[in-house]
Design a protein around this ligand. Structure first.
Ligand code: NDP
Length: 392
């Protein structure tokens, strides 16, 4: 006797008969396979680029967003691959390089020598906002296409200089408004365009979180030189840009805004802690929004009110967890998701790679980044003047 479980007769019989079935099935399977041989390539498959021919990317700035979201996004990309890292921390860069098969490293001093590197086609700027213009222009002058994180830059003058550099070097410049590639937002846009909401009457957009001045990625967000602006620049811009995306064909005409920074909050000596804003559109509808560095929990909410139905997304613009609530008169509200938000990262990379390869504009071009900075500058002018209406 042994302690080991014994195969009983039943399971032995099952195995034997399974084997017998497999050996009988093999000649039939082979015949079927032969019949299938010689089929043409059917349908119109969207084939991924073979690895050696994908657009090759350098990532500039290996911070929380780059490491947490951008770099993993390459795992699902079909037109893009990473070849290079640009970082002020060589040890971190090499550690990440070993993990992701990246072997070309630059720092901020020798960055311009990417011009001589044929293994870089596209550069993704993931630096603090105050560095976007400089590192974008240097990459464009090095002959590379550039996808720059939002907000595009600290001022509209910087955005204009970035666009001029793209034109002078005949390169594609995009701003990384990833929501334009996020499946739930794309679905919501399609519903708006299909007329499922009837006529759009009003849009509201609320975005904020509680800034922690001791955490490095939040610390620079509170310094004007590195952040460009406050909550509206960093988080409110999602509400502004996403709302305008949902109003295709309409244009912003005038803005007004009020600061909502708490009094005597020591975090906000350089940038605003909150801004409440309104944008008047040419169609006559209003987009109303708020942005804050003083809210808990993290808020990301978009609401679209139409003549026939309304659509709410909460959260609306997160990395992993967006959802849709659709409510029409006389019908039960329906809450659902239309896709996995994580797809937005690879879709954005590949969208940019395809546009750059074809010499076309990215879906969210530099001009869109400039438009948004101009609108936010007008909001600041309004808030500085106590909320007067500023025409765009
Ligand atoms: P982090 O502070 O986490 O990362 C910024 C990185 O930039 C640092 O890790 C560092 O990389 C590099 N860097 C170079 N100079 C400086 C400097 N003087 N101070 C601080 N960092 C410096 O910020 P985030 O990753 O949160 O943000 C980076 C960019 O991405 C911003 O433009 C932000 O708006 C954008 N962003 C976009 C999001 C989106 O959903 N689209 C979400 C979050 C951020 P290294 O050590 O390698 O040199």
């Amino acid at each position: 006797m042994t302690d080991k479980p014994q195969m009983n007769d039943f399971s032995r019989r099952q195995l034997l008969s399974a084997g017998a079935a497999a050996s009988l099935a093999w000649p039939m399977g082979s015949a079927l396979a032969q019949e299938a041989e010689g089929q043409p390539l059917l349908g119109n498959p969207q084939l991924p680029e073979v690895p050696g021919e994908r657009m090759r990317w350098a990532i500039v700035g290996l911070g929380t967003f780059a490491v947490g979201q951008v770099i993993p996004g390459f795992g699902d990309a079909r037109q893009s691959r990473m070849t290079s890292f640009v970082s002020g921390n060589p040890e971190k860069a090499r550690q990440l390089g070993a993990r992701y098969g990246v072997s070309r490293f630059y720092d901020y001093a020798n960055y311009d020598s990417i011009a001589d590197d044929p293994e870089i086609d596209c550069v993704y700027i993931v630096l603090p906002v105050g560095l976007h213009a400089e590192y974008t222009i240097r990459a464009l002058d090095a002959g590379k296409h550039v996808l720059c994180e939002k907000p595009m830059a600290s001022t509209s003058a910087e955005c204009e200089a970035m666009l001029a550099a793209a034109r002078a070097n005949s390169r594609t410049l995009g701003v990384a408004y990833r929501v334009h590639f996020e499946p739930n937002n794309m679905h919501a846009l399609q519903r708006v365009e299909n007329g499922d909401l009837g006529t759009m009457r009003f849009v509201s957009a609320d975005h904020g979180f509680n800034a922690n001045p001791d955490w490095p990625p939040h610390k620079w967000r509170l310094e004007k030189a590195l952040a460009g602006g406050g909550s509206m620049y960093d988080i409110g811009i999602y509400g502004l840009n996403t709302s305008l995306m949902m109003l295709p064909g309409d244009t912003p005409q005038a803005v007004s805004a009020h600061y909502s920074t708490p009094e005597n909050d020591p975090r906000f000596t350089e940038v605003e802690g909150g801004l409440d804003w309104r944008v008047r559109m040419a169609s006559g509808i209003t987009v109303q929004g708020s942005s804050s560095y003083c809210w808990s929990p993290y808020v990301s909410r978009q609401r679209y009110f139409g003549s026939d139905a309304s659509l709410e997304m909460s959260p609306a613009t997160t990395y992993y967890d967006n959802r849709i609530l659709f409510e029409a008169a006389g019908e039960r509200p329906r809450e659902y998701t239309a896709g996995n938000p994580i797809a937005q990262f690879a879709a954005q990379l590949d969208g940019f790679a395809s546009a750059a390869r074809a010499g076309e504009q990215h879906r969210t071009p530099g001009e869109m980044g400039l438009r948004d900075i101009r609108i936010i500058e007008a909001m600041y002018r309004s808030a500085d003047a106590g909320g007067v209406v500023v025409t765009l």
